[in-house]
Design a protein around this ligand. Structure first.
Ligand SMILES: Cc1ncc(COP(=O)(O)O)c(C=O)c1O
Length: 509
């Protein structure tokens, strides 16, 4: 890595194609060495959030930005050491908390390439190659969803934003059918706009409604069955009961965050069609099932959606973000279109020099497509499908292990790669919550938690969750994870209510 220079003209500070990129590679190699030397070797560092904050602040300098820098190599080395000592290791087989997989090496390399080009997707002249790649990738994924040649789509900064974009387009499309120009007049011109989704749909649907000026009260939560799937009859009756409203969309979930369950897409599509309501499928988690011959049947009916959210930074093993919003009819992007003199003047567009400004709320937009296209080319559908199947097998194995442990209770059957369960004890909420925190502060295993309405119990209960997205993990790793969990659970239970959090509060007093 080049160190401090006296003159920028001697050697460029920029990631120039060729020599500049070689410097990037050298910088990465140095960072990798520092990570290897200082890695804590566990899912998380041991210690509490306060000690991590103070160690990191001390390492970067409590006084803030230095007047004189420490040089490129040293800065990179220090950052690498920080993430090694205090960061999260997603490749560790006992890391199983969130829909946050370890990224594929090839995708990381391609993502660095995307950063090095710093191309943007808004105009042709901001990066022609990545613009063409986005078109290829969107078309390829839309074809996987079963969409026809008139379909389109766009990359977005995450599943939440893809849901927002889809609901915005649904709102604008529905309004324009009713002769209302929402873009100009706002949503006040719509009579009681509502969005239907299941009670366990992702909270980003509610946030999107707030952001779109509809208010979170526009969300009509539809009842789910014992497998946490939307009940079509309940949807039908919710639509009827809603009365004199403007239905903007039905959001079906293909892969609920906690349970991985998939709403009955075909039945929901029939209802959407009958009532002429936009159907959005939030397949942020579940879309990857289409890579697998064994699991793709779970998504039957997705081809009947008007729009789909998919996140390849979940099942797809991409560094975040790698989200897309697909549209069955690319013409529906119309309400997002803008003619901006300095970006896409009409004569440039007519001559074919146009970008993708009109398909998103962003202007500058990073070419996340580069890592996705590289991964799809490197592995093809089959390898990605096999990776998902391995994770699904691990989840099924975890389900079996839970069945053999008296102290553990399975809360929902496995569909994809999550396993929801709880530790049986007298003080369920306190012990299950404390148990997870104890694992985090010891750093030995990382699991998730959630709240579930369990039949027969009045209030939602705290449950534990494994999100298994590491196809390199083995059944022995799953056993090791449960052994550790049970060891810590016994420890927590035997301490009664004298929890780690209470101890921390006492120490800080
Ligand atoms: C079903 C579902 N939709 C949307 C999202 C939001 O995705 P992101 O975190 O990329 O914004 C998630 C995140 O877990 C999800 O599980």
């Amino acid at each position: 890595m080049i160190d401090d220079r006296t003159s920028a003209s001697q050697t460029s500070r920029f990631a120039r194609p060729g020599t500049g990129w070689t410097e990037v590679g050298r910088g990465l190699a140095e960072a990798a060495k520092a990570v290897a030397a200082h890695h804590h070797g566990a899912p998380l560092p041991s210690g509490d959030p306060v000690s991590v904050l103070s160690a990191v602040t001390e390492a970067v300098g409590a006084e803030g930005i230095p007047e004189t820098g420490i040089g490129e190599s040293e800065a990179l080395r220090r950052m690498a050491r920080l993430v090694a000592e205090y960061g999260l290791d997603l490749t560790h087989p006992l890391t199983a908390a969130h829909l946050q997989p370890a990224p594929l090496s090839v995708a990381v390399a391609a993502d660095a390439l995307a950063s090095a080009t710093n191309a943007s997707l808004d105009t042709y002249d901001s990066g022609p190659a990545t613009l063409a790649l986005e078109t290829w990738t969107v078309q390829s994924l839309a074809r996987m969803a079963g969409f026809g040649p008139q379909s389109g789509g766009v990359f977005s900064p995450g599943g939440s934003i893809s849901n927002l974009l889809a609901l915005m387009i649904a709102r604008d499309h529905t309004a324009s059918r009713l002769g209302v120009d929402v873009r100009h007049d706002g949503v006040a011109a719509l009579r009681r706009p509502v969005v239907f989704c299941s009670r366990v749909a992702h909270f980003s649907v509610h946030r999107a409604c707030a952001a779109l000026g509809l208010g979170e009260s526009a969300v009509v939560g539809v009842e789910v069955d014992s497998h946490h799937r939307m009940i079509p009859e309940a949807l039908e009756s919710a639509i009827r009961k809603a009365g004199d409203v403007t239905p903007l969309a039905i959001v079906a979930t293909a892969g609920t965050t906690d349970f991985g369950t998939i709403d009955p897409l075909t039945e929901i599509a029939d209802i959407a069609e009958r009532h002429e309501i936009w159907l959005h499928v939030d397949a942020a988690y579940g879309f990857g099932s289409l890579f697998s011959d064994r699991l793709c049947g779970l998504l039957t009916g997705i081809d009947r959606a008007d729009s789909v959210t998919l996140d390849l930074h979940k099942v797809g093993w991409q560094p975040a973000a790698a989200s897309l919003m697909l549209l069955a009819d690319a013409g529906r992007f119309a309400s997002l279109n803008r003619s901006v003199a300095y970006l896409n003047p009409d004569d440039d567009v007519e001559a074919g020099f146009s970008g993708l400004l009109g398909q998103t709320l962003q202007t500058t937009r990073r070419p996340d497509v580069l890592k996705v296209a590289t991964t799809l080319m490197a592995y093809g559908r089959r390898t990605l499908g096999e990776m998902l199947e391995k994770c699904n097998d691990l989840a099924l194995y975890a389900e079996q292990r839970i069945a053999t442990e008296l102290q553990l209770e399975l809360v929902a059957p496995v569909t994809l790669t999550t396993v929801v369960f709880r530790y049986r004890c007298a003080d369920l909420d306190v012990v299950n919550g404390e148990l997870r925190r104890r694992l985090i502060s010891e750093g030995t295993a990382l699991i998730g938690r959630t709240q579930v309405r369990i039949p027969g119990e009045d209030e939602p209960q705290t449950c534990l969750k494994l999100t298994l997205l590491n196809p390199d993990a083995t059944q022995s790793d799953i056993d090791a994870l449960f052994d550790e969990l049970l060891r810590v659970a016994l420890e927590v239970e035997s301490e009664g209510t004298d929890t780690q959090s209470e101890k921390m509060v006492r120490v800080s007093e």
